[in-house]
Design a protein around this ligand. Structure first.
Ligand SMILES: Nc1ncnc2c1ncn2[C@@H]1O[C@H](COP(=O)(O)OP(=O)(O)OP(=O)(O)O)[C@@H](O)[C@H]1O
Ligand SMILES: [Mg+2]
Length: 322
């Protein structure tokens, strides 16, 4: 456990946190508890209230009701010094295109009140950490989306924060970029920081987080360790593929893929049971086509975020009926 967590063991704590935009309740009596040292995934579909919650936590928005504590301190809007111990990367950060990556970090470093020596040590270290070494003197306008997200993460880490809040850091990235961001989040956590990261992708959160809160329509459906949440989401993911020329060789080729637990043939239907919740349609179709099969239809069932919500809501109703 990092040394600063001796006094507080919760990096974030909200009590009945509520935010209304006119008649719309974006965050509804949310009770969040984020343990120090954890990587806590904040998972929910579009419009669930993730960014609104995060903006309240970093002091950019005022809650309508309820309270929030960050690193043991009550959150107040525009309290700049409280923000010094928090690193924040907003959703889809946009930085001035005319600045070079290193220049941007220097501007932010000055805003944080870092002296020239601190900036000289910290900036190259972070550029290296986020994998932008060699590109730090390129204009941000020439950065790819992935590089822009990474410079955004470096910006969030500049002041050696105790808590890093990342709002959808992998949105808009291709699969390779997403893997890189996941690795980066793990690296940040290894440096001893608590990470609170929002996402709308279940499999992404599953791969990096120790704790998960699932939010829908402003309310937490579940908030627990990843292990407990995973146990609540039972059953395998299944894929059904309709194939012309469905041979034994095709069944064997699909079965040999690492995310496939079982593949069985029923007429021209290939039923595939998966051990992952990642989208593996491309991998499966390639194996089928290479082994001579012709795909005429494909569905992947189970464990989209929506399926998980339905399961969790049903479980909740069963629980309250007892
Ligand atoms: N400034 C605003 N004024 C009015 N309504 C807003 C405002 N910001 C957000 N909302 C509404 O509040 C709800 C929650 O939005 P929020 O951006 O917090 O969701 P989110 O979970 O971050 O979604 P996404 O995954 O799309 O980023 C949505 O219904 C949204 O339309
Ligand atoms: Mg958002």
């Amino acid at each position: 456990m990092p040394f600063w967590c001796v006094a507080v063991d919760l990096a974030i704590e909200t009590i009945d946190l509520t935010k209304q935009y006119g008649s719309l309740t974006a965050v509804n009596k949310l009770n969040l508890r984020v343990e120090c040292g954890s990587i806590h995934g904040f998972l929910g579909p579009n419009g669930a209230g993730k960014s609104t919650t995060i903006k309240i936590l970093v002091g950019l928005l005022k809650a309508t009701q309820g309270s929030a504590k960050v690193l043991g301190q009550e959150v107040h809007v525009d309290q700049a010094d409280a923000r010094l111990s928090i690193g924040y990367m907003p959703e889809l950060p946009r930085f001035p295109n005319h600045l070079k990556g290193a220049e941007l970090l220097d501007v932010y470093g000055r805003m944080y009140g870092m002296n020239p020596q601190e900036r000289q040590t910290q900036i190259p270290r972070l550029i290296d950490l986020v994998g932008l070494k060699g590109r730090e003197n390129d204009l941000i306008g020439k950065y790819s989306k992935g590089m822009q997200q990474r410079i955004g993460i470096a910006q969030a880490l500049l002041n050696n924060p105790q808590l890093v809040i990342l709002d959808e850091p992998s949105i808009g990235l291709d699969p390779v970029g997403m893997v890189e961001v996941r690795e980066l989040v793990k690296a940040i956590s290894k440096e001893g920081m608590t990470v609170f990261v929002s996402s709308h992708l279940l499999y992404e959160v599953e791969q990096i987080c120790s704790h998960v809160t699932i939010i829908n329509r402003g309310q937490a459906l579940v908030s627990d360790t990843l292990e407990t949440v995973s146990q609540m989401i039972s059953g395998p993911t299944v894929m059904q593929v309709e194939v012309v020329n469905l041979s034994g060789a095709t069944v064997a080729a699909v079965k040999a893929l690492s995310p496939v637990k079982e593949a069985t043939k029923s007429g021209n239907m290939l039923n595939v049971s998966l051990s992952t919740r990642e989208d593996v349609r491309a991998e499966v179709s390639q194996a089928i086509t290479k082994s001579g099969g012709i795909i005429v239809g494909m569905t992947q069932k189970g464990h989209s975020l929506e399926d998980v919500f339905i399961q969790l809501i049903n479980k909740r109703q069963e629980g309250s009926a007892q």
